[in-house]
Every structure is written in structure tokens, then in C-alpha cells.
Design a protein around this ligand. Structure first.
Ligand code: GLC
Length: 615
């Protein structure tokens, strides 16, 4: 006799468990996933079983706050994450406003049927750099010049404290790129061109952000989720073209570009962001072999894999085909970041047509939920009693100053011009970049591209010099060489370098200084006074022909807000220890100039990898 359940019984079941028919459990109010004594893995698996396909797809969507038509759409579409892209800030850019905004979004998410909290991600890549008043640390190239993992870990901790104070718990950092060609606009986001240095410092920054041991440490209220990016070989493209193609042998890929990810995974990094770039003609966002096969399979990465900003749109085909490619390649969460309505509709049809399997959706959503449970977001969706004074705090400024002075590389010091005496020295500071906080901070500062001028709070190089000397009236600042003759001085400090840029806007085919900067140096040298050049740049610049016009040369990279660290070196309060994290090319013609290549042809380098003088 077939076991026919009476119809009335089925009716009751459907009434009690309306979603039961969709292969999901019924009443989530008593779900085991709410039991914080269970492991994140168990909780994620249990919660997944309650979710409808629409709820699952919503979790895979990451949307920039600026594209939300209404905060209520977070609940309407069950969005899994919100981000602030570069410069995407609340109208009032204060820590309090950031916290209020993020908490508001979180409350929308908590109001949904399952109350799954959102992740909120941001590029805190050299401090909490979207937030006005946050301490801006040296960009990674400067940290590479320090070669100091212990310092870098302390910086990670400090940045985490500033990020948490604004209610945020996820940074898209560290960038563990290994730039091989300084023509690339993102060279400064790399610690250096040696994969071992990048691996060491990347792991240190991850420990700083996430605490140890991860993933257990992620649940602490003072830690944030880190992101190793951009997977993989973003810094290996031909000609240093941003989002270009890296022509690599398997050996080069593993020895140079994959190496930092091995250490990042060992350090327990919680998320990985895929690169826009390609390898041997295959877009990384379509590269299932490297994402699923190597990152997941070989390296055993069990965290969250996210796409980069609208990266799926760079793939061929319809929206559905682009999304199917990225999701089936192994990306769990899509940084859409705008059309979330279109995303949800497209992925739903992909699942209905079987182009993306329910199994793949479940895998992706499991990783997303696992990350949220590991972060403790279900117990503490909103950061309670934060300390807003952490943002821009004096201890963090002191730490950044320490990082600045340890990042400075002394490349020339003829006649022992440096260190300068604080007493009685008439100092002429030349060039408008000497008094420009935006220049010191570079890209990814308050806005995506960064910009010149007083973009936030901090100390310019000129201000630092004036603070350091006994009598500030002996320090004169002129912006143009034509003003030189009017000033009596004992030494000239010329500040030259780059104006802010980010990503592809920094790609250059010519790395020589601007004509204006070159003329400042030449006119300064024609005075017959000792000339100290301070070069503010995100990479080595071609200065070969100007070297004889300077008595001393400091490479200070993109030091950030704490210009005092440069004065510490100029006046000998700190003897320089920085070492070049890149080979310094003699000309454009020798690029790309790797460590290995310069070993065979030392004449191609103006200064070798690891070079740096002291007092
Ligand atoms: C950008 C960058 C990536 C950043 C993301 C979000 O295009 O490639 O490094 O994390 O978008 O701002």
C-alpha cells in the first residue's frame, strides 16, 4: 500500500513551512545557526538550508553605497555586502557620519526574514584613507623600503583600530602585487619587486589587520577582514599596462606572482580579490584553473573570493554570459557595483537554465556566510561603543612618522651635506610640492585619484622642516626658481616628484621628471649652494642626467600625512635605513629592469636593488 499522506497533513505542513516546498527548511527563528556555540562552518551550513534561491543570489551581490537607489533595497534584494569605492563617502566625511551610515545599512539587513548582516568593505590601503582626518601611512612601496615586518604588522593594527571606529570590518588590502615594470600606475601599491619581500610584508599586514591566529581572531571587535589582491600577476603585465596581459611561464607565475598568496593563505587571509588583468591572454576573472584549481585547490584557500569593480563587464558576451563566466570560475561575491536589480535577475535566470548550478550558488553563499560567522557579525552586527578618537590619534601619527623615517632611502650624500644642523642654518625650501599634503599622500586619499592641496589633516615637508629647526625664520619657502636670487641661504632643499594618481591614470611611458621639476634642480645647482633633493614619488623616476646637479638625494616615496618623518632624517634625528625595494633604472630604454636582469647588466641600473646609504 503506497504511503499516501492525507492531503490535510500536507496542507498543514505548507502552511507552517511556506518555503518548505522550495527545498528549504521552515521556521528559521529556532535555527541552529543562531547558536554561537556551534562552529562557523556548522552555522553557515545550517543557515544555507533555510535560504531561498533569491536570498542566496542576493548574498552574492556587493554594491557601492553610492548606487543604492534606497537603503531599503538592501533588504528588498537581500544584498550581501556594501562597499565604499575610492572616495565614496557620506556627505559629511567624519568618523561619526561613517558609523551612522554603515550602521543604518546594517539595520536594513537585520530587518530581513533571516536577518543576515551585510559585510561592509573599503580600500583602507594606507590608513583609513577615505576618511577625513585619518592618519595616512606611507603607501606600500615606502613600507617595502623599510623591509620591516614588525613595523608593518603594527601599522595593520593601527589601521584596523581606525576602520573599526567607523563601524567597518573589511578592508580591500593588502595589495600583494609584485610589480615588475615601473611604468605601471599601481607600482606604489606594491611593497617591491622581490616576491619574498612582498610575501613577508603582505603576511605581516594581514596579521595586523586580522589578528592572530586567524580565522578565530576575526571575531574580535578590534580586528578586520583582510583581502589579498589582485589575484594574480596584476604586476606582471607587458609594459606595466594596467589591466593588461602578463605573458608568463608557469615558473615565473609561481616564483614571482603566486608566492605572496602562499604566505597570505598561511597567514589566514579571509578574502582574496581577483585581478582585472590577464595571463597569457586569459582574463583572470575567467580563469577557473587558477581560481578554483590553484587558489582553492592547491593553496587550500577557504575564505571569500570577490571580483574587482565591475570586472565582469570586461568579459565577452551578454550580462548573463559574463556573470556565468565569473561565478563558474569560482568567484563567490560580485562587486557589481551598481546594477543590483540586473544582477539578481540575470543570476536567477542562469540558475533556472542550469548555466550556473545550484551547487555552485550554494558553495559561493556558504563562503559568504562562513565569513560573516567568522567575523562574529551575527553576534555583533554593529560595532558598539567605538572610540571615534582612534581616527587620526596621536599614537597612530607617531607610528606613521616612524614608518616615514624608516622608509626614506638616502641615494646620494656628497660631502656629507646631510644631516643638516638645526641651529643657525639658513634653509631655502624650493618648489610647491614641499608644502602639499595631497602630493605626499598620493592616490587613494580621500578620493580615488587623490589630489593636490590640503586634502586632510597632516604635516607637510615644509611644515616639518620649520618645526624641526631652532629658528623657523631661517627657513624660506619659494615656489619658483626665479625667486632664488632673492634669498640668502646656506643650503637649498628642492622638493620634486609626482602629483597624485591611481590605477590606469598612473600608467606612464616616460618616467623622467617634469621639465619644471628638472629646472628647479638645475637652477638650484647653479647657485653654487649645496642642493638636497627630496623626491616624492610612487616609484623610481629617471633622474640620471640630474644626478650631478644634486649633492644629496632622498627618495621618500609617498609618505602620507606625517611629514615630520622626513625632517627626522634631514636633521639627523634618525640616520636613514631605507633600502630600495626596486632596482632604479638608468633610462626608459632598459625597462622592464628586474633584479635578475640588473644582475647580468648592472650598467642598466642607476642604483641596485637594496641600495641605501646612511650617515
Ligand atoms: C578598484 C581596484 C581595487 C579596489 C576596488 C574597490 O578598481 O582595482 O583595488 O579594491 O576597485 O575600490
Amino acid at each position: 500500500m503506497k504511503n499516501h499522506k492525507p492531503v490535510w497533513l500536507l496542507m498543514i505542513v505548507f502552511l507552517l513551512f511556506p518555503t518548505w516546498g522550495c527545498g528549504v527548511k521552515g521556521d528559521p527563528s529556532r535555527g541552529r545557526f543562531r547558536d554561537s556555540s556551534l562552529s562557523p562552518e556548522e552555522r553557515a551550513r545550517d543557515l544555507l538550508s533555510y535560504m531561498t534561491i533569491e536570498e542566496k543570489i542576493g548574498q552574492m551581490a556587493m554594491v557601492d553605497r553610492g548606487y543604492l537607489k534606497s537603503p531599503h533595497d538592501i533588504a528588498e534584494y537581500g544584498l550581501g555586502a556594501i562597499l565604499s569605492g575610492g572616495g565614496s563617502a557620506p556627505r559629511r566625511n567624519t568618523p561619526e557620519s561613517w558609523k551612522e551610515m554603515v550602521d543604518g545599512f546594517q539595520r536594513e539587513a537585520l530587518g530581513t526574514r533571516l536577518g543576515i548582516p551585510i559585510l561592509y568593505g573599503i580600500d583602507a590601503v594606507h590608513g583609513h584613507n577615505n576618511v577625513h582626518g585619518a592618519v595616512i601611512f606611507p603607501h606600500n612601496i615606502g613600507l617595502g623600503a623599510t623591509g620591516d615586518p614588525e613595523l608593518v604588522e603594527r601599522i595593520g593594527r593601527a589601521v584596523a583600530e581606525e576602520v573599526v571606529a567607523t563601524g567597518i570590518h573589511w578592508t580591500f588590502a593588502p595589495c600583494v602585487t609584485v610589480p615588475q615594470d615601473e611604468r605601471w600606475g599601481r607600482t606604489y601599491e606594491g611593497f617591491g619587486e622581490d616576491p619574498e619581500l612582498v610575501a613577508r610584508l603582505g603576511a605581516a599586514l594581514i596579521r595586523g589587520f586580522q589578528g592572530v591566529p586567524a580565522p578565530e581572531s576575526l571575531a574580535r571587535p578590534d580586528t578586520i577582514l583582510a583581502t589579498a589582491k589582485h589575484f594574480v600577476a596584476d604586476g606582471g603585465t607587458t609594459g606595466g599596462k594596467d589591466r593588461g596581459d602578463a605573458r608568463l611561464t608557469e615558473e615565473e607565475l609561481r616564483k614571482v606572482h603566486l608566492r605572496p598568496y602562499v604566505e597570505a593563505v598561511k597567514a589566514g587571509v579571509g578574502s582574496v580579490m581577483v585581478s582585472f588583468s590577464s595571463i597569457n591572454g586569459v582574463k583572470m576573472h575567467a580563469n577557473r584553473d587558477l581560481i578554483q584549481g590553484v587558489l582553492r585547490g592547491e593553496l587550500g584557500f577557504d575564505g571569500l573570493i570577490v571580483s574587482d569593480w565591475a570586472a565582469h563587464t570586461e568579459l565577452p558576451g551578454s550580462l548573463e554570459e559574463k556573470l556565468a563566466t565569473v561565478i563558474n570560475a569560482g568567484v563567490d561575491m560580485i562587486m557589481i557595483p551598481d546594477d543590483y536589480r540586473g544582477f539578481v535577475a540575470a543570476v536567477k535566470s542562469l540558475v533556472e537554465e542550469g548555466v550556473v548550478s545550484r551547487k555552485r550558488i550554494d558553495e559561493a553563499v556558504y563562503r559568504i556566510l562562513l565569513t560573516k560567522f567568522r567575523l562574529g557579525l551575527f553576534e555583533r552586527p554593529i560595532q558598539e561603543d567605538v572610540d571615534f578618537s582612534m581616527v587620526g590619534s596621536e599614537p597612530h601619527r607617531a607610528l606613521a612618522r616612524e614608518a616615514v623615517r624608516k622608509s626614506v632611502v638616502l641615494l646620494k650624500n656628497d660631502g656629507g651635506v646631510l644631516p643638516l644642523k638645526k641651529e643657525g642654518t639658513r634653509i631655502l625650501v624650493l618648489g610647491d610640492k614641499a608644502d602639499d599634503l595631497g602630493v605626499q599622500c598620493g592616490g587613494w586619499t580621500i578620493t580615488w585619484q587623490g589630489k593636490r592641496g590640503r586634502v586632510t589633516e597632516g604635516t607637510t615637508i615644509l611644515e616639518a622642516i620649520r618645526k624641526a629647526v631652532s629658528d623657523p625664520s631661517l627657513v624660506t619657502h619659494v615656489r619658483r626658481a626665479s625667486q632664488l636670487a632673492q634669498v640668502k641661504a646656506d643650503v637649498i632643499i628642492v622638493v620634486v616628484g609626482e602629483t597624485p594618481y591611481a590605477e590606469m591614470y598612473g600608467d606612464r611611458q616616460d618616467l623622467s621628471l617634469t621639465r619644471e621639476d628638472a629646472e628647479l634642480i638645475i637652477h638650484a645647482s647653479q647657485t653654487g649652494l649645496p642642493v638636497v633633493v627630496v623626491l616624492v614619488s610612487g616609484r623610481p623616476r629617471i633622474i640620471t642626467d640630474l644626478l650631478d646637479s644634486m649633492d644629496a638625494l632622498l627618495a621618500v616615496w609617498l609618505p602620507g600625512t606625517e611629514g615630520d618623518g622626513i625632517a627626522d632624517v634631514l636633521f639627523g634625528d634618525y640616520a636613514p635605513t631605507g633600502k630600495l625595494p626596486f632596482v632604479w633604472p638608468r633610462s626608459m630604454e632598459v625597462l622592464p629592469l628586474t633584479i635578475e636582469e640588473s644582475g647580468h647588466h648592472p650598467e642598466k641600473a642607476l642604483f641596485p636593488y637594496g641600495y641605501g646609504l646612511s650617515y
